[in-house]
Write a protein that binds this ligand. Structure first.
Ligand code: ARG
Length: 558
């Protein structure tokens, strides 16, 4: 609110050339509290007004007048604004109490399709897929907070030449009983073996291709095995989703598009986009400075790109999305560029609203993790270990806690989620069980514990919402309220940049402010108890809600 008021006044004072949006974008929050609550830098105005930034600030400052501005001071080329703390404090806390604080409505009436998780059947659910799952899930929560409707789509990797290889491997080395006992591990083992053997005996590759062809032609034996592998894999993936507390609106694999691709191939032909190249069918993307997009291989089989093209068209027909997000690692950046460019060439206007939300890799000792070399750390194992450690911690610190197992699960799983989301989306993340599971410092358990501490103050002090008293107490409270004040903008930025780490980092700052407040303030003393508890309650609400935007639950006690 205060930023909007300031932007409106300043843009009036500055004249048409400086729009309200521009002024708004320039407003800063000073790092030091003594420099005020908002600051407007005048440096970019100097050329137009032919005056020094200092002079401009000195002229503008006295002209800024509003009930919520306590003071405006020109300092070193900036106008520093001090807000009326009493007004802002009461206003902020009232908004938090209303339950709508931090929610936006700019997404109302629009749908976002989110492609997330998308593990490959017969392969372990890797830490790499974890990133997609939890970033995608968090983006869906944030989108809904901004008013959008979301469709979370799990585009399972259940098709492609690699399944030909798997079928060939199963024919050679598969044993039904062992696969039934431990499907993913066993299938992955023979898949890895296939690659090792194929390095020595190249004719194996042909065998793989032949099996894929059989699959494409719906031959019963190939189809039966494929379906078995798929069901068994999904059953194992579902355990992970259940642990993470994640649900999808649609689980639809690549194979679903098997009989729908021909129509797209025809469309490409009709528009004269399809060209032959060494026996294969491709769409040239020279103008876009990209390598050609492979649509059909020389043996007539389709590709990952053909399926994504078909799926995108289908998604638009089903949901008329305003944006389609693909939460997939950096390494597929070329693939998505190609798919989007081909859709543009087909003149689908919505192709501009497709976005590859890429993210960094999960590294192990600085190197990429790969399933093919059989080095992957299994996500399920990590989650189990996290929960186990959380349980151990509870046994040590709070042995009489009720629902220990449930709390251990909430805390352990959250530790893993937060470790991922606190990193800037684009950065690589070094996989470290140790860092994830430290229950101090920049971790989910620290945040959850801050919330539990606040809740215990509320129950000790007998807080009740009807008697809430939203008002300012002192300077220490103001610092915490200032943090709460930033929340709606943080949610908006996290959405605009598709980056949940914005929220994760904010919550760490918020909890820090609360813990500082808690250290210097006797919260439970008689005088003005309810005003203090109202602040504590507001803090706990926003922390809890912010964590839920990351897909993290907060236990009542821990
Ligand atoms: N299954 C693929 C993989 O693990 C990711 C699929 C991503 N989504 C998509 N629409 N291509 O590499």
């Amino acid at each position: 609110m205060e930023k909007h008021i300031l932007a409106l006044q300043l843009s009036h004072l500055l004249g048409e050339e400086f729009s309200r949006e521009w002024v708004y974008s320039q407003i800063e929050i000073p790092k030091q509290d003594k420099l005020g609550d908002l600051a407007f830098p005048c440096f970019k105005l100097a050329a137009k007004f032919r005056k020094s930034p200092n002079e401009i600030a000195a002229e503008l400052a006295p002209k800024l007048k509003h009930d919520i501005f306590a003071d405006a001071e020109p300092i070193k080329g900036y106008i520093n604004i001090f807000l009326d703390q009493n007004f802002i404090a009461a206003h902020t806390l009232k908004q938090v109490l209303s339950g709508h604080y931090g929610k936006h409505d700019f997404g109302t009436g629009k749908t976002i399709a989110i492609d997330l998780s998308a593990p490959n059947i017969a392969k372990p659910f890797s830490m790499g897929h974890l990133r997609s799952t939890i970033i995608g899930n968090s983006l869906a929560q944030i989108a809904e907070h901004c008013g959008y409707k979301t469709v979370k789509i799990n585009y399972i990797g259940d098709y492609g030449t690699q399944f030909g290889k798997l079928l060939a491997a199963y024919q050679r080395w598969g044993d039904e009983k062992t696969v039934r006992q431990n499907p993913i591990a066993e299938l992955n083992k023979i898949y890895v073996k296939f690659h090792e053997e194929a390095a020595k005996t190249p004719s194996l590759e042909d065998e793989g291709r032949q099996w894929f062809k059989k699959l494409e032609q719906n031959e019963p034996e190939a189809l039966k095995l494929w379906k078995w592998f798929k069901d068994a894999s999904l059953e194992e993936f579902n355990k992970v989703y259940q642990l993470l507390g994640i649900k999808f609106d649609l689980t639809r694999g690549e194979a679903y598009y098997n009989d729908k691709m021909e129509a797209v191939v025809q469309l490409l032909k009709e528009r004269s986009l399809l060209e032959e190249s060494d026996g294969a069918q491709v769409v040239h993307l020279d103008e876009e400075s990209l390598p050609p997009c492979l649509i059909k291989k020389s043996d007539e089989t389709t590709t990952y790109a053909t399926r994504d093209l078909t799926a995108a068209i289908d998604r638009y027909q089903s949901y008329s999305f305003s944006e389609a997000l693909y939460v997939v690692g950096h390494e597929q950046s070329l693939h998505f560029h190609q798919v989007m460019q081909v859709l543009k060439k087909l003149q689908f206007p919505w192709a501009d609203n497709m976005k590859h939300i890429s993210f960094g890799m999960m590294l192990q000792e600085g190197k990429k993790m790969s399933t093919r070399r059989g080095k992957t750390v299994l996500l399920e194992k990590v989650l189990e270990e996290a929960v186990h450690l959380a349980k151990k911690n509870i046994e040590e610190k709070n042995p009489t806690l009720t629902h220990k197992d449930k709390v251990a699960q909430q805390v352990g799983v959250s530790a893993v989620i937060f470790h991922d989301l606190k990193h800037d989306r684009q950065n690589d993340v070094e996989f470290s069980l140790k860092d994830m599971l430290t229950f101090e410092g920049h971790t989910a358990p620290y945040l959850q514990y801050s919330c539990v501490r606040a809740n215990s103050l509320l129950s000790k002090g007998g807080f009740n919402l009807q008697e809430a008293s939203p008002s300012l107490l002192d300077e220490n409270a103001w610092l915490l309220i200032k943090q709460l004040r930033a929340y709606p903008d943080v949610v908006k930025t996290a959405w605009k940049e598709y980056d949940p780490s914005k929220i994760a980092k904010y919550l760490l700052d918020l909890a820090k402010s609360f813990n500082q407040y808690y250290t210097v303030t006797k919260i439970l003393q008689e005088d003005q108890l309810h005003a203090r508890l109202t602040l504590v309650y507001s803090f706990s609400q926003i922390l809890k809600e912010g964590l839920s935007l990351l897909g993290i639950e907060t236990p009542e006690a821990m």
